[in-house]
Design a protein around this ligand. Sequence first.
Ligand SMILES: [Zn+2]
Length: 295
Amino acid sequence: MKTLHFGETTVSRCVESEGPSFFPGFIFPDCDPDAFEAERRDWLDPHFVDADSGRLLMSLHSYIIKTPQHTILVDTCVGNHKHRPDTKPWHMKDGPFLEDMVAMGVTPESVDFVMCTHLHVDHIGWNTKLEDGRWVPTFPNAKYLFHEDEYAHWKTAEMPEGSGNTRREAYDDSVLPVVEAGQAVMVSDGHQLEDSVYVESSPGHTPGHAFLHLDSPDGRAVFTGDCMHHPVQVAYPEWNSRYCFDPPKSAATRREIVERCADTDTVVLAAHFADPVAARIVSNGTRWKLDLDIG
Ligand SMILES: [Zn+2]
């Protein structure tokens, strides 16, 4: 993804990992194979499906928004040294994500806000890092924004100790230390980080899922988190992922944002779309597709 410019504000992404991932029928239980293949031929190939395996091409990345006032990080991937035995590539990971961020000119100290669209394990990992055997906030000067409904859900969710309970561990090692350090800010619909940057509630995928909007005189973008996991959901917003907490609500929220953005100048930036990532939504007959040629 090329760095996007909205006047003096820039948006870039720092990639933790990218490549072939799920088969479409696994992550989208309602996926119709013939319909998928038709979208593939029409516009998904070659960017969003691996030609050899037929697996979806997906990415784990953070967005870095630099406005004249602030440096804002959107979602923080999987993180290093985290105990995630039920997802092998994520378990005790040791990758160069932070070094890559520094190479992009973003030091941990320079981050003012960390926005977590939701509190799933692949969106909170770099919230913390291991230091002398303790999990501490990776970004020492940042306020971490968690939607109040999302935090309330995970705080009280039944996540008993035991194997396969990554979400309990993720809360304990990537959310709680931030709260205990006094760096967490619980936000709600409409919360403004600055004049042109604000939070919008978008429940469904998780109870307190939230979008972040950049809405400036120089252009608009929306960071949609996991409302859509893959671009095919632009064409088929009714296809929920198997990880959606409230499938009907998730589908309704997804359709609403697709319809709202379609044929406008709003750039859509999802948490797992593969390169070139950034796109506008345009009408495509009775459905929609991504226009990747956003200039
Ligand atoms: Zn995710």
